[in-house]
Design a binder for this molecule. Structure first.
Ligand code: PLP
Length: 414
């Protein structure tokens, strides 16, 4: 495959403001005037170049941000939404109706899992959860009613890499859509180039990167995005989770530094993962040579943006995890908070937070340990300072000591 550099694609997209401003003007309006009623009538039937009707449909700044995101994901088109869940729910409702089925990865973000498990059945949509690493299981779960295969490019929270090209082959064979949530790996992985039909992001995370708002996006073909905004049948138009224009403007500005942030998040996460591994701790990070997904991520990734800012550390028990997180926050390693992609390191115990929607039994079967801590590693200029602080906490709590290897392994084998 040809080398792809999403950051150059975004930087080459230049939009100016009304007075030649280097940033596009913010269109702070819900509605737009027309010079004659005929054009207004026509705009209800199809998009008219340069013409805007109503902000739940489109507005200029949302269009500019969407165009830049289409360039990020190398898709024909994109649409921005008011949250990641707004993007996920509208895509699913556009593609599926009562009686249809979805085959979904079982280790997904807890909110998506809850939507699939608890909410969609109320609408007559059934979801079969599978282990996406097991392609045979994926194919066996597809029935004549299946419309969508749903996966995360790097799964949450165990950081497993999805074999998108292999899944794409399966979806093409069965004529179903492959929807990939790429929230954990913008720039690093380009799912559409690997065969996905629709790419989703929670822009709340890395894309925006300042933890000041929730937002999402959908990147796909012109045809699919137009279907979402259709005034008679489009899920985003009719359900209405559209991004506010002021937020679209600020996210567009943050998008321009995403490549630098991803590289730094990734370099810091790799450093911590290697150091944790050398301490004998159980760490999940796809950039570690010992990680079972190392070869696959190297095959799939774009060069130059690292292996991602997320890592997971298993400290054996929830008691250990809880104490460690409190101490790390006191030592200013970062914040005990959900979410990701902030300048400061964020950490939480997924089994008791972002994945708590997944029942305990299911957590166990997918390998999600009670002692797992998920880190979104920050942009620290000198990450070795954070490492020393974490080591101090680990020693204090007796999670590492002279016999730490035996101690931790005994928890993990229990
Ligand atoms: N997808 C992933 C992988 C997530 O981690 C999240 C939120 O944590 C979402 C989707 C939902 O996005 P939002 O919170 O912006 O609605």
């Amino acid at each position: 495959m040809k080398k792809f550099d999403p950051s150059t694609q975004i930087h080459d997209y230049l939009v100016f403001g009304e007075f030649g401003d280097v940033n596009p003007s913010i269109t702070d309006s819900s509605t737009f005037t027309f010079l004659n009623p005929k054009t207004m009538e026509e705009s209800f039937q199809h998009d008219i170049e340069g013409c805007f009707l109503y902000s739940r449909h489109w507005n200029p700044i949302n269009k500019f941000l969407s165009n830049a995101l289409a360039r990020l994901e190398d898709t024909e088109s994109a649409q921005v939404t008011a949250s990641g869940m707004g993007a996920i729910s509208t895509v699913i409702l556009q593609l599926c109706g009562a009686g249809d089925e979805i085959v979904s990865e079982r280790t997904i973000y807890g909110g998506t899992y809850a939507l699939f498990k608890n909410f969609l059945p109320k609408l007559g949509i059934k979801v079969n959860f599978v282990d996406m690493q097991n392609l045979k299981q994926v194919e066996e779960a597809i029935t004549g009613k299946t419309k969508v295969i749903y996966a995360e490019s790097i799964s949450n929270p165990l950081l497993e890499i999805t074999d998108i090209p292999a899944l794409s082959e399966i979806t093409k064979k069965h004529n179903v859509k492959l929807v990939v949530d790429n929230t954990f790996s913008p720039m690093i992985i380009s799912p559409k180039r690997l065969g996905a039909d629709i790419v989703i992001h929670s822009m709340t995370k890395f894309i925006n990167g300042t933890s000041d708002c929730v937002a999402g996006c959908i990147c796909s073909t012109e045809e699919f995005i137009n279907s979402l905004t259709d005034v008679n049948s489009g899920a985003t138009m009719l359900l209405g989770p559209v991004l506010d224009s002021l937020r679209a403007a600020s996210i567009l500005k943050n998008l321009h530094t995403l490549h630098i942030r991803m590289e730094k998040h990734g370099a810091n996460a790799l450093y911590l993962a290697q150091e944790f591994e050398m301490l004998g701790l159980k760490v999940y990070y796809p950039g570690l040579k010992s990680n079972k997904h190392y070869n696959l991520i190297n095959e799939l990734m774009n060069e130059g943006f690292g292996y991602g800012g997320m890592l997971a550390l298993d400290v054996g028990t929830y008691e250990n995890a809880a104490k460690l997180m409190v101490r790390m926050q006191e030592e200013r390693v970062g914040y005990l908070a959900v979410s990701l992609g902030y300048f400061k390191t964020l950490f939480s115990a997924p089994g008791h937070s972002t994945s708590s929607e997944i029942p305990g039994e299911d957590q166990k079967s997918m390998g999600l340990s009670d002692g797992l801590i998920r880190f979104s590693v920050g942009l620290d200029n000198d990450i070795s300072i954070a490492l020393e602080r974490i080591k101090k906490c680990l020693r204090e709590l007796n999670i590492i000591n002279n016999e730490y290897k035996t101690k931790l392994r005994s928890y993990q084998n229990a």
